[in-house]
Design a protein around this ligand. Structure first.
Ligand code: 5GP
Length: 116
């Protein structure tokens, strides 16, 4: 785990502005700064202890379930309850922020948005 706050921890701390759509004690959800779909929201556990979804699944499966439930709740509000859930895992798969996060992609999706 990095000792430096991740970009997402800085959003959680309100050091960096974001368009936050949901927050509770465990997770935060905000709009991606570079949307790849009509609806593109990131769901992020508040802890940065897990770099990717595999670490999260192994270390705190209940928190992973909370991330998925939050994705559904956000999709219910912003895209009729239907969505694609993407966890980029590793640099070669496109991961750039190593603080686990789910991409909730919704609206009318094209195949080009498959890799988010
Ligand atoms: P990854 O590439 O790691 O799967 O996803 C990181 C995502 O975070 C990218 O889609 C990128 O656009 C988004 N992102 C990076 N920095 C910021 C930021 O400062 N604010 C917001 N809202 N999104 C960000």
């Amino acid at each position: 785990m990095s000792t430096e706050p991740s970009i997402f921890s800085r959003i959680i701390a309100r050091e960096i502005p974001a368009d936050i759509v949901f927050e509770n004690d465990a997770v935060i959800a905000f709009r991606d700064i570079a949307p790849k779909a009509p609806v593109h929201i990131l769901v992020v556990p508040k802890t940065q202890a897990f770099a990717n979804v595999s670490e999260l699944a192994a270390g705190d499966p209940a928190l992973l379930a909370t991330v998925v439930a939050t994705a559904q709740a956000v999709a219910d509000e912003y895209c009729d309850g239907e969505f694609r859930l993407v966890f980029n895992t590793g640099p070669s798969a496109g991961q750039t922020v190593f603080h686990v996060h789910a991409h909730v992609l919704g609206g009318t999706l094209s195949e080009g948005s498959l890799g988010q």
